[in-house]
Design a protein. Structure first.
Length: 109
């Protein structure tokens, strides 16, 4: 994408934003209550489940997703899902980082 295409996209965004604001001002509040958006429940607020901790322990033992699936009688896709949730809950950037966080927090031995 070159600079001209980026500018075109940015101009369209600005135009859309101006039109949206204009419509919002015309409508006003009219006594209607605006409900603030709270967003979805953050995984960061949750602790890992027992199954996710089992997966984390096996990751720390050096197993790959396929091997973890065989050990726990899970599909490889289910293991990948557990790993994704673990990374989010532990705020980890990688499997190795998740293991380090798990050790520091005493989640795995």
């Amino acid at each position: 994408m070159d600079a001209a295409e980026r500018n075109e996209i940015l101009n369209r965004y600005r135009d859309h934003s101006r039109r949206f604001e204009a419509v919002a001002q015309k409508r006003g509040n009219n006594g209607a209550e605006v409900i603030p958006f709270a967003g979805p429940l953050q995984e960061l607020e949750q602790e890992p489940t027992a199954r996710e901790l089992e997966v984390l322990q096996l990751i720390s033992d050096g197993l790959v997703n396929r091997e973890i699936g065989h050990r726990l009688y899970l599909s490889e896709e289910t293991v990948k899902s557990h790993v994704r949730h673990l990374l989010a809950k532990l705020q980890a950037r990688s499997r190795a980082h998740a293991v380090a966080v798990g050790f520091r927090r005493g989640l795995i031995a």
